[in-house]
Ligand binder design. Structure first.
Ligand code: HEM
Length: 453
């Protein structure tokens, strides 16, 4: 761990720092409403990802729990299957030869073959099978080395502290706008060497392009998605041209490595390069924003867990490894408890059986990560936020050949952001109810105003 990392938080602010952390206990705030048993039954019976009722988004977990108990491989009105058991998700993730990630069949009718969103989503590694997937992933993993990620830590600490300084001066801010979303945009921007002045539109492009993956889209959302891909391609085309002319050090510069890297003597084509740069920029964006935002909102609902974490941070403040280990456990529990990416998709290339249900060739399958991560067969007391949970086998980063390529970076961002925020503002409080993003796939908040004390 870098000397400036979370372990040094005790030294940075002697007054108001960790010496007082454990003393802070705020009463719980209800953010996730309870839902009546009747309402849960009716939502589960009519479950259809394309027509989710408004109250589902506030708390989808009771519906997921009932589906998991009664119809773990649920056939939806469009003929696709919705999976909620951890074991069933793991078996699908494991079997990439049967369950394809290639989305050309689904995205043709959804976006129009040849459209900007179609070309983007069907060229990115996450929506492809081997051999294209293997080639792109090998290059990305070669670029996201331990060293490249460790190199990012000092800049991350400086960035987080500068955001906290600004928030402290104002006595409060918006958790999402002013903190959670400001971190990944800079980190991913640094990863690909996007100049600071150019970073303004990145978040909106990312929200529009990934938002277009939602099960149902309005014509306006779709048009915005197409426009965002076109604008982002034009921007990255210029960036790549510049980097080809002025290459960086491939040991440190991820974009140079993606441009120059070869697998079996083959480089990425221009289209593969640009579309996968868009994907990397987007993949690390909203997901990480939501990890940080969901964690800091959840702690308001779970004050005892917060007080316990603060007291552990206080006790391990002079023990960098202990502090890091406590925060790492907490970050993985936040990822399990409120997974920022709740849904994944696969298509069966041949007839097969999952969870005792026969699926025909071509069956479309939705993997509900949010439900699997609350499966009592794997997690004791799954609806409790337990920041000391050991052996946490959550699926928040997926599993198998497509498992998140940025998971180490995401965990690092989570640990530094959440750890330093709590050390600085142990008594923070939401000053109004937070506003949910209202999306089934990417779970998070749009706004969460708070005061620092
Ligand atoms: C909390 C933050 C994050 C979460 C919850 C998350 C979640 C996921 C999930 C569930 C997948 C698997 C998709 C599938 O199997 O269909 C995935 C893939 C991926 N993620 Fe992440 N991600 C996060 C952060 C990041 C970051 C920071 C980066 C970039 C540096 C990144 C880059 C990728 C890439 C490149 C893939 C595709 C891997 C492949 O197809 O082989 N992710 N992510």
């Amino acid at each position: 761990m870098h000397p400036q990392g979370v372990c040094s938080l005790a030294n940075r602010r002697p007054a108001g720092g960790p010496a007082r952390l454990a003393a802070v206990y705020n009463p719980p705030m209800v953010i996730t409403p309870a839902i009546s048993a009747d309402r849960v039954r009716s939502m589960a019976a009519d479950f259809d990802l394309r027509a989710l009722p408004a109250d589902f988004y506030a708390n989808p977990y009771p519906v997921y729990a009932l589906l998991r108990e009664t119809e773990p491989v649920k056939r939806m009105p469009d003929g696709s299957f919705f999976l909620t058991r951890h074991a069933d998700l793991a078996s699908v993730y494991r079997d990439a030869a049967t369950f394809s990630s290639d989305k050309k069949v689904e995205f043709g009718p959804k976006y129009g073959a040849g459209s900007a969103l179609f070309e983007h989503h069907t060229s990115s590694l996450v929506f492809n099978d081997p051999p294209l997937h293997t080639r792109v992933r090998t290059l990305i993993m070669g670029a996201l080395t331990r060293r490249a990620i460790a190199d990012m830590e000092p800049g991350l600490v400086t960035l987080v502290d500068s955001l906290l300084d600004k928030i402290e001066a104002r006595g409060g801010a918006d958790l999402i706008e002013d903190f959670a979303s400001a971190i990944p945009v800079e980190i991913i921007g640094n990863l690909l060497g996007v100049p600071h002045a150019d970073r303004g539109p990145l978040r909106h492009w990312s929200l529009a392009i990934l938002g277009a993956l939602e099960p149902r889209l309005t014509p306006e959302q779709e048009a915005l998605g197409h426009r965002s891909v076109t604008e982002m391609l034009a921007y990255l085309g210029d960036l790549v041209r510049h980097r080809r002319a002025h290459p960086g050090d491939p040991d440190h510069d991820v974009l140079t490595r993606l441009i120059q890297g070869e697998v079996a003597g083959q480089r990425l084509s221009e289209v593969e390069l640009l579309q996968n740069c868009i994907f990397i920029l987007n993949a690390g964006h909203e997901t990480t924003t939501n990890l940080i935002g969901n964690a800091l909102v959840a702690l308001q609902e779970w004050p005892a867990a917060k007080a316990d974490l603060l007291s552990k941070m206080e006790r391990s403040a002079q023990d960098p490894r202990g502090l890091e280990a406590n925060l790492d456990l907490a970050v993985d529990e936040f990822l399990r408890f409120e997974s920022s990416n709740q849904l994944g998709n696969r298509r069966a290339l041949k007839a097969c059986t999952v969870g005792g249900v026969d699926l025909p060739e071509g069956a479309l399958v939705t993997l509900c990560i949010g439900a699997a991560n609350r499966d009592p067969a794997v997690f004791a007391d799954p609806d409790r936020l337990d920041l000391q949970r050991a052996g946490n086998r959550h699926l928040a980063f997926g599993f198998g050949i497509h498992q998140c390529a940025g998971l180490s970076l995401a965990r690092l961002e989570g640990r530094i952001a959440i750890g330093r925020f709590l050390a600085r503002f142990p008594g923070y409080r939401l000053s109004a109810s937070p506003t949910r993003g209202g999306r089934a796939r990417f779970r998070g908040f749009l706004q969460a105003p708070f005061s620092t004390t």
